[in-house]
Write a protein that binds this ligand. Structure first.
Ligand code: ADP
Ligand code: MG
Length: 762
């Protein structure tokens, strides 16, 4: 089966192959016949193109001989003919002249001659005209030939166009042949190409038609040109006529011109003459003027001759001035330099004298300072002020209450006391009269208070009999505060002013010394007796263990502190006035400062002491406790006096330990501490003996002298209260008992107490 199948398939394939071969052969035949057809078509197209080319050449030959050319030829022939005619005429003319030159014998000859001459001139004229015409015709011929050339050019253009067309057609033919050739290779595209060829041959036919129509158009144009030529000839004739007319006119104009020219010449002649005359006149006038100018010139010359010397002197002056001006700056500089030198010298002198003066002044200043310091040293750091209270109601009225104290109007340090009909004068550092206000008193004190800020220790004591105004001066009243409050206020304001650099701490303590025992007025247990002890650090400083210190920062704080202390004192004591007059009240203000920039520390203490009454108890006949009180007061006051005396007289030993008060205030009394004793007195007549005692005390404190006197005084003890009573002013310097300075305080106090005992016992 397989074999038969394979055989069948082979047979089938062979049949298909045969069919295909037949188809191929048929297609080849088709293509051959098509190409033959196309070749035939191309052949016919070529023939057509040839025909067209022949047609074009024929048309060209037709166009060759134009009418214009014929006309030109005709004209040329005419021209030739006329020339020959003219030559013949000239020949005749010559003949006639020769005949004329021959001698004439006959009249008839003459006549004939004239006639002939006439004829000749006529002929000549005719010849002239003809010549002119000939020239014009020549011109016209020239124009025509130009136009003809134009037409020929156009014709050439159209011929070129035709040749282009031919060229184009032949190109297309070549293209079609090429396409046919390509068609042969590409049988499937052949049909299409044949179609396009057919279309293109139709186009060629159309182009032929176009060219024929164009030929037609050109022929028409040639006809038109001929018409134009004819018109132009007519115009030529008319222009010849107008030319003749114009010539006649020109002749006329020329005659006119000649006439005008003659006139003009005449006028010119006249003008020339006039000009000459004018010139002559001007010349004569100018000559006259010239003469005048010459005269002037001569005058000017003479002037010039006189002016020359003046000019010479002027130039001389000018030159000298110029020299001076040139030299002036130099001179000026010179003088300026010398002046400057002088001035600077003067300034230097003034400077040196100034320096000298300054030096002298400084020296003087130093001297003055030294003197001042010496003065201060002489005066000592202890001041004694006196204050007289006014007369009060308590003094009563009558002779006992009269004023016994008077003042010096010129010297505020002097006070006079009328005692038992005798006037005694005292001189202190300053005396405040009764009318002096608290403010005025504080003014004198405030320098001391502020020095406390600088690290000084200050003591202010109020001394005097009871009722003399001690408490008033120190504490004052609510409406009129005393030194205590004012001092604290001042300290606060000063501290505030220095707050930029310094830190300050102000503390306040209040204490009371009664019967030689120290009590804290601000402590919780006021009855407790405090002891004064030496600082364990070995600095020699004293301190009171258990003494309350209040830190105060404002005025309100102070008021609170005072109130507190006051209340304490009031509650503790049955009779405040009595008690206060027998005890010393101390207000201790400590100012500690720290300079923030340098780290420097300062400590200043301000001790404000309201002392116990200084009145002598002896007379009152006190006994028991009153007597002991009096003894204590006496002791402490005389101890204070001893200490101050020893300090002021610069003794080697100062008996601080003789009383609690002096012991407590030791560091505020010694060294460069400052002390003020405010001695209070009553001006009343009845108090004169106590006043006298107080003033004596004051004067003695003050009158302590340095030098030999003080050395002498060193030997003497401070006078006791009893002595004060007995002594009269002026006899204060009476030397006392010969105690050694070492034990003077103790001894004196002992002797005093013995004396007091004696006194009290009668
Ligand atoms: P002391 O404290 O010395 O015993 P005081 O200060 O208590 O004396 O004064 C006694 C009286 O005198 C008080 O009533 C006081 O007001 C008055 N006094 C004292 N000094 C003056 C003075 N300068 N001006 C007005 N009154 C004063
Ligand atoms: Mg008092």
């Amino acid at each position: 089966v397989m074999a038969s199948m394979a055989h069948l398939q082979k047979e089938k394939l062979l049949e298909e192959l045969l069919g295909l071969q037949e188809k191929l052969a048929a297609r080849e035949n088709d293509e051959l016949s098509l190409s033959l057809q196309l070749q035939g078509q191309v052949e016919t197209l070529k023939e057509k193109v040839l025909e067209q080319a022949q047609e074009i050449s024929r048309l060209r030959s037709e166009l060759g001989g134009t009418d214009a050319e014929k006309h030109r030829d005709l004209l040329a022939a005419e021209n030739e003919r006329l020339r020959q005619e003219m030559k013949a005429c000239e020949g005749e003319l010559l003949e006639l002249r020769r005949q004329q030159q021959a001698p004439c014998r006959d009249c008839s000859h003459l006549q004939e001659n004239a006639r002939l001459q006439e004829q000749l001139s006529q002929l000549q004229r005719e010849a002239e005209e003809t010549r002119a015409k000939l020239v014009e015709l020549d011109l016209e011929v020239q124009q025509k030939t130009n136009r003809l050339a134009e037409v020929e050019l156009r014709l050439k253009d159209s011929l070129a166009e035709r040749a282009e067309e031919e060229e184009r057609l032949s190109r297309r033919l070549r293209d079609s042949q090429e396409t046919i050739a390509s068609l042969k290779s590409q049988p499937q595209q052949i049909k299409y190409i044949i179609k396009t060829v057919e279309v293109e041959s139709a186009k060629a036919k159309q182009a032929l038609c176009e060219t024929q129509s164009r030929n037609q158009y050109l022929q028409e144009q040639v006809g038109m040109q001929r018409q134009v030529l004819k018109e132009m000839e007519q115009q030529l004739q008319s222009s010849q006529k107008t030319e003749a007319q114009l010539r006649a006119q020109i002749m006329l104009y020329e005659a006119e011109l000649e006439r005008a020219h003659g006139q003009m010449l005449e006028e010119m002649q006249a003008m020339e003459e006039e000009k000459n005359r004018a010139i002559e006149e001007a010349f004569s006038r100018a000559q006259v003027e010239m003469k005048a100018v010459h005269e002037n010139l001569a005058g000017v010359r003479t002037n010039l001759l006189t002016l020359q010397p003046a000019l010479r002197t002027l130039t001389h002056d000018y030159n000298s001035l110029k020299r001076q001006v040139r030299d002036f700056p130099l001179l000026l500089q010179e003088t300026l330099r010398s002046a400057r030198a002088e001035i600077s010298q003067a300034i230097e002198e003034v400077h040196s004298t100034n320096r000298e003066l300054l030096r002298k002044y400084r020296r003087e200043l130093q001297l003055r300072k030294k003197c001042h310091n010496e003065l201060v040293r002489l005066k000592g750091n202890i001041r004694v002020f006196g204050r007289v209270r006014p007369i009060t109601k308590e003094d009563g009225d009558g002779p006992e209450a009269t004023n016994a104290v008077t003042f010096d109007t010129d010297d505020d340090a002097v006070l006079h006391l009328l005692h038992k009909g005798k006037q005694v004068s005292f001189e202190l550092d300053k005396v405040f009269p009764p009318q002096a206000s608290q403010e005025e008193v504080f003014q004198e004190v405030q320098a001391l208070v502020t020095s406390c800020i600088d690290g000084y220790n200050v003591c202010i004591f109020a001394y005097g009999q009871t009722g003399a105004g001690k408490t008033y001066t120190m504490e004052g009243t609510a409406a009129n505060p005393g030194i205590n409050q004012r001092a604290l206020q001042l300290l606060f304001s000063e501290v505030r002013g220095k707050a930029a650099d310094w830190d300050y701490a102000i503390t306040v303590s209040a204490a009371e010394i009664y019967n030689e025992s120290l009590r804290d007025l601000l402590g919780k247990e006021p009855q407790e007796k405090l002891e004064i002890k030496l600082c364990p650090d070995g600095s020699g400083q004293l301190y009171v263990p258990g003494l309350t210190e209040f830190r105060v920062q404002s005025v309100e704080d102070i008021n609170k502190v005072f109130e507190f202390g006051h209340v304490k004192r009031v509650t503790e004591c049955t009779n405040l006035n009595e008690h206060s007059s027998r005890s010393h009240a101390l207000l201790i203000i400590t100012v500690r400062g720290l300079d923030r920039s340098t780290g420097l520390r300062t400590t200043g203490k301000l001790n404000l002491v309201d002392l116990a009454g200084s009145e002598r108890v002896g007379r009152s006949g006190a006994e028991g406790s009153r007597l002991r009180e009096a003894q204590h007061i006496n002791k402490s006051l005389s101890a204070l006096g001893d200490v101050i005396y020893a300090l002021r007289s610069r003794q080697g030993h100062v008996p601080f330990r003789n009383s609690k008060l002096t012991y407590l205030l030791q560091d505020s009394l010694s060294g460069d501490s400052k002390t003020l004793m405010m001695v209070q007195v009553s001006p009343a007549e009845k108090n004169t003996s106590e006043t006298l005692c107080s003033l004596k005390f004051a004067e003695r404190v003050r009158s302590v002298e340095l030098g030999p006197v003080s050395r002498k005084a060193e030997l003497a003890s401070w006078p006791s209260q009893e002595q004060l009573e007995g002594d009269l002013p002026g006899s204060a310097a009476t030397p006392g008992r010969g105690h050694t300075s070492h034990s003077s305080g103790q001894l004196s106090s002992r002797s005093a107490s013995i004396r007091r005992k004696l006194q009290t016992s009668g």
